[in-house]
Each structure stands twice: as structure tokens, then as C-alpha cells.
Design a protein around this ligand. Structure first.
Ligand code: YSA
Length: 458
């Protein structure tokens, strides 16, 4: 009996059935994470398929910036749900498609991106994706050894060695012009004043071919993406159905928008980035902490792996004590640990304490540049700690005032602070044992918000 079972389903499937209770991805609908399925009558077939054996799924990311943003993160979180369900995941970086430019969701054509710009971007995005998958396994997955590692690919690797005739002559003839022209991404652009170039029009063929390639090479039967990707997904479906006569499926996610409905992303100019040199862990953490009550439950369902029951409980507690902002805190902690790891979360929390709870000790845990960053890009200055250095000397060396007269006037009037404490005696001598923080720096403030970080040269 057991042998028969093994023979029929294979070893992997025993392992799949035993451990991965979350394998039915269709359940993500309950979290508000699935918007559409293609073909649109496939929900039942897909549920059976997901329950019967593990599947391979992919999502693509074009390297149009050197970091992904929180909108793209939603797609990564969705891939993580597949991984948690025992499925194989592929994250594809569009090294080649990035050079073409996806017209989906855009009103104007992208400028051509230079090779070196794309190379840098690929490295940044590669790092984002591997960091998120590593952090997830390290901090958010309890049965550590069971996850199948994500496969990170770049579509440059197949287009680089491909004869263009195979693409246009081989794959292109299976896609019908009427269908390609009917896509929203094409229609919107054809009706816009700038129209559409052939290059952008050809984008669908590339994304469709990618899926065909992944299907043939890795048995990839699912593609996921934000809902702006549906047209491209449908083209891939058409290609695979016609060439391989096999069933494949597309799932789309809702696009993440701001409270007032603007799409989050680079073009919208409101991006919150995953790379810490573009958005510091502190700013990232605060972005989630600042989410309004009207959004937080939805975001907890989308961006954390907390069971729905515990989110409901948390929201109940929140209604009793709203000023504690428990759901916002949970959201900020879970997403920051996923993107920036335990250390990033630690830093973000320390910085938050320093800024909002006036904890100077917490400031000392950050390095001088981070403190500078924290205080809205405060100037960081390096100063030699000479014996007898006075408050007045310090203020002038740090460049806080234009003239000595200004310095004397403002310090004595009470507008000068060291480590957030008012000092109004210009001749007081700086004592490093008292005035220097653990990170060998001192925070100086003039008035309400002009900050300087003094880095002591020792
Ligand atoms: C896909 C498949 C391929 O075979 C090749 C390339 C691609 C990339 C795809 N055409 C694209 O351009 N995607 S993207 O780089 O613009 O975004 C990556 C993913 O994040 C997409 O699924 C997109 O829909 C999603 N996304 C972007 N902003 C989002 C968002 N998802 C949710 N909310 C947002 N605000």
C-alpha cells in the first residue's frame, strides 16, 4: 500500500502533504491577497492542483531602480506564502525586459536605461530579494529546515544566447495581433498623445516567452504579479497553451495604494524602498507605525504571516486601548524584521525611542551618520577634542553660527542644546565624559530643529 502510494505521488509529495498545511494558496483570498485568477473559471481546478502536489510559481521584477519598494514587497510576501506551502518559487529579475520597458500601468514611454544603470539595479534587487527570503526563514519561519530555497534568475541569461528569429519566428506567430492590441496596457498607450513604440509593444512577447521558458525548464505552472500584470500573464498563458497544450494559471494581487488611493511605487514618487541606503530602517519602521487605523488591519493581513484569528484579537485589543497603537507596532515590527533583519529592527526601535521618547542613551547605540540621518539629514562634523574647548568654541567649530556675536547671543538666550539639554553658558568647558555619547559623537541643536552631529576625532 505504502509502496503504491510512493509510486503514485512520489517521495516529495508525501513530504508535501505531511508538512505544508498552507499549500492551498487560494486561501490567500481570505487575507485580501488575491484579486484575479486566469483563466477566470479555474478556481476549483487550481485548488485541487495546489492540494495534490507542489507547484512551481514565478514572479518577475524589472530593474528600473536599484531597490525594490513596498509595493513590490507584496509580491515577495505572496511568493513566501507559496514557499511556506511547500511549493517551488522563482523570483525572476528582468535584466533583458528592463531594457525593453513594461508599458503596463504607464502613461508615457520609459527612457532607455543604460547598461551600467541596469547592472547596478540588478545587484540591488538581487540583494533585496535574497535578504527578504533569508530573513523570513531566519526570523519568521519556525520549522526552519523544510523550506525549498527560492530560485533567483535573470532573463538576460536566455535572451543573451537566443537567436531573435526563434523569438519572433518561433514564439511570436502564436500570439494574435487582435488579442495583443486589446490589452489595457496597449490601448491606454495607443490613445495617449505620445503613442507607443514597437519596442514597448513587443514587451508582452518577452514576458510570455519567459513563462514558456520557465515552464519547459522548471515545470512552472503559475505566474503571479500585481493586477497591472494581467495582460502580460494572459499572453504567457496563450503561448504555453498553444505551444505545449498544457494548462497554466495566473494569479494577480491587489495593487498597494495610499490611503487616498494612489498607487505606491517609484513613478508615483512616494516609494518606500527596501534598501537601507534609500530608506533607513528607522524611516521604514515609522512608515508602518504611522499607518492609520483604517488601513492597519488590511496591511497586517497582507504583509505579515500572523494567523487571521490573532489579527482579529489584536484589533479587538486596539479598540479598547487605541493610543497604544498595538496593531501598528506589530505591523512595523514584522515587516521591518522581514526586510532589515533583527539588527535593523533593533536600530529602528532605538532610533524611535531616541526621537519620540527623548532617550539619549538610545541615540548612543547608533553611529554618527545614522544619527545625522535620523535628524533629517543633520550635518555631521568632525572635531578634535582640544583641552579647554568651550561651548562657544564647539558651536563655532561645528558651524552652527555665522559670527561669534550670533553664537553668544543665541546661546545665552537659551537656543543652544547639547544632547537635547539646554546649555546657556558659552564659556562652559566641554567634558567628553559627560557630553560624548557611547558612539563617540555629540548631538548639537540650535533652536527647534537645526541639528549637528559632532564626531570626535580620537
Ligand atoms: C515579470 C515577468 C517576466 O517574465 C519578466 C518581467 C516581469 C516584470 C514585470 N513586467 C514588471 O514590470 N514588474 S515591475 O518591476 O513593475 O513590478 C514588479 C512586481 O511588483 C509586479 O508584479 C508589479 O505588479 C508589482 N507591483 C508594483 N507596484 C505595486 C505592485 N504590487 C502591489 N502594489 C504596488 N503598488
Amino acid at each position: 500500500m505504502f509502496i503504491k502510494f510512493l509510486f503514485r505521488y512520489g517521495k516529495n509529495n508525501i513530504y508535501f502533504n505531511r508538512y505544508f498545511s498552507n499549500r492551498n494558496i487560494m486561501k490567500l483570498k481570505d487575507r485580501g491577497m488575491l484579486e484575479d485568477i486566469f483563466p477566470d473559471n479555474a478556481a476549483n481546478v487550481v485548488t485541487d492542483l495546489l492540494n495534490s502536489r507542489y507547484q512551481t510559481v514565478y514572479a518577475g521584477f524589472d530593474p528600473t531602480a536599484n531597490s525594490l519598494h513596498v509595493g513590490n514587497l507584496l509580491v515577495l510576501v505572496n511568493l513566501l506564502h507559496w514557499q511556506r506551502g511547500g511549493h517551488e518559487t522563482i523570483a525572476l529579475i528582468g535584466g533583458a525586459t528592463g531594457k525593453i520597458g513594461d508599458p503596463s500601468g504607464r502613461n508615457t514611454e520609459r527612457e532607455q536605461l543604460s547598461k551600467s544603470f541596469i547592472e547596478d539595479n540588478i545587484n540591488g534587487i538581487f540583494k533585496n530579494i535574497s535578504t527578504v527570503f533569508t530573513n523570513h526563514e531566519k526570523y519568521l519561519w519556525k520549522n526552519k529546515d523544510l523550506l525549498k530555497p527560492v530560485r533567483l534568475l535573470n532573463n538576460n541569461s536566455w535572451y543573451q544566447v537566443m537567436d531573435p528569429i526563434d523569438l519572433i519566428g518561433g514564439a511570436g506567430r502564436f500570439l494574435r495581433m487582435g488579442t495583443l492590441l486589446s490589452r489595457t496596457s496597449v490601448q491606454t498607450r495607443l490613445q495617449s498623445p505620445s503613442g507607443m513604440s514597437f519596442t514597448e509593444f513587443s514587451y508582452q512577447l518577452f514576458q510570455a516567452y519567459d513563462w514558456l521558458h520557465l515552464f519547459k525548464t522548471y515545470g512552472c505552472t503559475f505566474q503571479i504579479g500585481g493586477n497591472d500584470q494581467m495582460g502580460n500573464i494572459m499572453s504567457g498563458h496563450e503561448l504555453i497553451s498553444k505551444i505545449c497544450k498544457k494548462a497554466v494559471y495566473g494569479l494577480t494581487l491587489p495593487l498597494m495604494t495610499t490611503e487616498i488611493g494612489d498607487k505606491f511605487g517609484k513613478s508615483a514618487g512616494n516609494a518606500v524602498w527596501l534598501s537601507d541606503d534609500k530608506t533607513s530602517p528607522f524611516t521604514f519602521y515609522q512608515f508602518w507605525m504611522r499607518q492609520p487605523d483604517s488601513e492597519v488591519e488590511k496591511l497586517l493581513k497582507l504583509f505579515t504571516f500572523d494567523p487571521l484569528g490573532s489579527i482579529t484579537d489584536l484589533m479587538r485589543q486596539h479598540r479598547e486601548k487605541p493610543d497604544k497603537r498595538l496593531p501598528q507596532r506589530r505591523l512595523a515590527e514584522q515587516v521591518t524584521i522581514l526586510v532589515h533583519g533583527e539588527q535593523g529592527l533593533e536600530k529602528a526601535k532605538k532610533a524611535s525611542e531616541a526621537l519620540y521618547e527623548g532617550s539619549i542613551a538610545a541615540l548612543g547605540e547608533l553611529n554618527a551618520e545614522e544619527v545625522g540621518h535620523l535628524f533629517n539629514g543633520a550635518t555631521v562634523v568632525e572635531i578634535l577634542p582640544e583641552a579647554g574647548l568651550s561651548v562657544l568654541d564647539l558651536s563655532l567649530k561645528a558651524g552652527c553660527f555665522l559670527t561669534k556675536q550670533d553664537a553668544l547671543r543665541i546661546i545665552t538666550a537659551g537656543g543652544f542644546y547639547i544632547n537635547q539639554e539646554r546649555i546657556n553658558n558659552p564659556s562652559e568647558v566641554i567634558n567628553l565624559d559627560i557630553h560624548r555619547l557611547k558612539n563617540n559623537s555629540t548631538l548639537v541643536r540650535v533652536g527647534k530643529k537645526n541639528y549637528y552631529v559632532v564626531k570626535w576625532l580620537v
